[in-house]
Design a protein around this ligand. Structure first.
Ligand code: M6R
Length: 365
């Protein structure tokens, strides 16, 4: 049932404050200001020197975002790969390591094959899955369920932000076990989780501004997405979403890679979506925006309230996100990225729920 929405995708985008709130509540003791995983870990995170993450598509992008959290907060190294490469590369793995697989459906063929490979190598498997009755949920040592509810739209939206929420909680739990987290820091992070649903609802109020940008994007031939830190995976996600829904060619790049090639694409016709929350690398992203502006590129900034002034550039448009702590901002910034792709597709008359050539669950290679 789509309720009052035109598409399941729109409904699922708007459900995110609720389902992320529910997922976070399941993994934390909000009143105590602590992470409280709803399962025992069959390994000691303090003994790990690295973890491996494997997934496909948007679930892979959730894993790439989590790499920043596991490395920075829990100080554990992360190897991450797309499942189709991982499974055939057959990398050596330690017998006492941990592999996290991420999948909405829990049935994606390559991810499942990777799970089985890692298990055969002696790894403990943490499955971040949305479908509790799925094969991956069954074959994982730890079922880390996302509580997104059924996701019908082919484009993954609410499963993605719920994956991010679960992975953030796992990163904090690992950090605590490894002695990397003071009680105060944990309470601060948990308070940030508590604020997420309200911030996400706030972000959704900017839908009109996003539609105006989408109207413009609908005429583009190519679109470039840029971001640094956890906004880099979001740039990949923005480009993936735009491609799959509108069939416009889009690329996501780490902003710092601009000079190493993609800047050659920049001209007056190229929309460049810059995802730049006010964080420790904002200034670096501003200098990349200057490089784009100097070549006439049409910059759309998704940033904080002061972002446009701080960049002191002529922007084509800006989508203003509420003020928030930077660590988990990607969970909120994902929403305008999803809405932009959705509205572009709708303006172009494309079927946002059933894009051509795509299946919701890729159970064959
Ligand atoms: O069910 P899974 O999470 O394993 O699916 C992985 C990808 O097929 C999926 O995320 C795909 O990339 C989406 N269509 C992206 O919106």
């Amino acid at each position: 049932d789509k309720g009052n929405y035109r598409h399941f995708m729109a409904k699922e985008i708007h459900e995110q404050p609720e389902v992320v709130g529910r997922t976070v509540a399941h993994y934390t003791d909000l009143s105590a200001g602590r992470v409280a995983l709803p399962f025992e870990l069959p390994f000691d995170p303090a003994k790990l020197d690295r973890i491996t993450i494997v997934a496909c598509g948007t679930a892979y992008i959730a894993g790439l975002t989590a790499k920043y959290w596991f490395e920075r907060i829990a100080r554990v190294a992360v190897d991450i790969d797309v499942a189709s490469e991982f499974r055939y590369r057959e990398p050596p793995m330690s017998r006492d390591g941990v592999t996290i697989v991420i999948s909405q459906s829990g049935e994606t063929a390559d991810t499942l094959a990777s799970l089985r490979y890692a298990k055969a190598q002696g790894q403990k498997i943490v499955g971040v899955v949305n479908v509790g009755s799925s094969t991956m949920a069954r074959e994982s040592d730890v079922q880390a369920l996302t509580l997104a509810g059924p996701e019908i739209g082919v484009a993954s939206t609410k499963a993605f932000t719920c994956q991010l929420a679960v992975l953030a909680c796992l990163a904090l739990a690992f950090a605590r076990a490894r002695g990397e987290l003071t009680v105060e820091a944990e309470a601060r992070y948990v308070a940030e989780f508590l604020a997420l649903p309200g911030l996400m609802a706030e972000a959704l109020k900017h839908e009109r501004d996003i539609e105006a940008v989408a109207h413009d994007l609908a005429r583009a031939r190519d679109v470039l997405y840029l971001g640094r830190g956890t906004a880099f995976p979001l740039a990949l996600e923005g480009a993936l979403k735009l491609k799959e829904l509108s069939y416009i060619h889009a690329e996501g790049y780490a902003a710092g890679e601009l000079k190493h090639g993609p800047i050659a694409l920049v001209d007056e016709d190229l929309p460049v979506i810059v995802i730049a929350p006010p964080d420790g690398v904002f200034e670096k992203t501003v200098s990349n925006m200057q490089e784009v502006a100097a070549r006439g590129g049409r910059i759309v900034l998704i940033g904080g309230a002061g972002g446009a002034e701080a960049a002191s550039l002529k922007l084509h448009a800006s989508i203003v996100m509420p003020a928030m702590a930077p660590t988990f901002a990607a969970i909120v910034y994902a929403l305008p990225v999803q809405l932009l792709a959705y509205h572009t597709a709708v303006f172009m008359g494309k079927d946002a729920d059933q894009p051509r050539n795509l299946a919701k669950s890729v159970t064959v290679e």
